[in-house]
Write a protein that binds this ligand. Sequence first.
Ligand code: GLV
Ligand code: MG
Length: 316
Amino acid sequence: MAELRSRRSNLAVPGSNPRFLEKAKGLPADQVFLDLEDACAPLAKPGARKNIVAALNEGGWGEKIRTVRVNDWTTEWTYSDVIEVVGGAGANLDCLMLPKVVDAAQVQALDLLLTQVEKATGLPVGRIGIEAQIENAQGLINVNAIAFASPRIETIIFGPADFMASINMKSLVVGALHPDYAGDPFHYILMQILMAARARGVQAIDGPFLQVRDVDAFREVAQRSAVLGFDGKWVLHPGQIDAANEIYAPSQADYDHAELILDAYQWSTSEAGGAKGSAMLGDEMIDEASAKMALVIAGKGRAAGLQRTSTFTPPE
Ligand code: GLV
Ligand code: MG
């Protein structure tokens, strides 16, 4: 996990809107996904493919991960989405996002098609990743197989809007808790997705929250998946980006602490430190498992560009 690029904020950008495509380039999101699916009306999809190819090839995306969401395999659009976008801008694209995935075969079908387009256009085979969206009951019961379906898989994403519709979940605001329910109705779904992603060693991403002007409510909803260990969340509006970048990165104090644990553990297990399997860091006992936990936090902090503000000094 420490090696993966940060995806704290994943900005949705409708491919049908050239103005939004241009504006997205300057926003501080870790990832953008240029959408050919639900944010594009059917009649606008052919034009959106062209806008997306042009926007990717023009550049100016900085360090952002550039993803395009194609339409799902039950439509008549997926193959043209892939051929046009990857054929036209494959060198300037990091991932394709596949929505409404129901089984491993759908991921494999995309992998095969991508491979053909890469070969036909002289691109390196296998560089472009796949992000799989889990948006219905079928997808969730097959999520483990989906996570392992292709070496291209980079993220497993929860799509709450389609998911809530698919299982008939009562809702007032998509992505938010219903006031009649005391618990977190998404906990089970989020945990299943997280387990599949972690077993496969890829990122788990939370989906959109549609009350885009209520940033406090966004924070509350985001915390729910962030505490479980999710790596990031979709943002639909520039106002949600800073909140996501903050919530899915460790705090400065947690990051510093994690780096200290790693140093202290390395020292205490070394010859100079007495080759001990466990040690004290202040009042805290640390061992191999603490170091593993610390590595996750340190990895997320480093990926998010945090800098250490403390140094480890071995005890006398
Ligand atoms: C996203 O695609 C969702 O359905 O929530
Ligand atoms: Mg959806």
